[in-house]
Design a protein around this ligand. Sequence first.
Ligand code: GSH
Length: 204
Amino acid sequence: MHTLYQFHLSGNCYKVRLTARHASIPIALQDVDIIGGETRGHAFLKLNPNGRVPTLVLEDGRALPESNAIMWFLAEDTALLPADKWARAQILQWLFFEQYSHEPYIATRRYWVAFAPLEARKTKDHMLQPWLDGGYAALGVMEQHLAAQDWFAAGQFTIADIALYAYTHVAHEGGFDLKPYPAVLRWLDRVARQPGHMTIAARA
Ligand SMILES: N[C@@H](CCC(=O)N[C@@H](CS)C(=O)NCC(=O)O)C(=O)O
């Protein structure tokens, strides 16, 4: 069985658990104390020299970091990642969007507002507004897309939806108001109603 090195409340780690669930692939969970610095310790850096979770370790010892790469690996040969060339390119488009235009704002603000130790949090006060602006810009792009379509790519539920769901559905924890984004709210509900859905808090 694969082992997921993870921090449970991280959206990046949730992406992997949700993909594994929808792909019916059992994974073992190994919690890593990211706030205590375990990701930067010698043992963890041997798995991922970039010092971050999620990192998936296969039974043969090979280690794969980066949430979207792990999702891609787990979703191959399932409906979450269709074989069609155009569909796969569209999925990649939204995975890159998520990592460059969405996660750095929405996930980062959530971390510093909701999880970071208080003293450290104060050092990021000047970033709260830029993170808010960047996050709302990403939500605007998503709203525009979802006003005309139910899903992000391929006309069906894929890993592009899982990638964007992970931090959008907890964006309020970082101080984002989703009310001005009705199509995004309807899509969040659509994702949560997929058979087999599990919440970010669920462990299995
Ligand atoms: N691009 C990476 C980002 C991973 C990331 O930022 N992980 C955070 C938790 S969400 C982490 O491990 N932080 C601990 C650290 O930086 O030491 C991915 O998508 O997997």
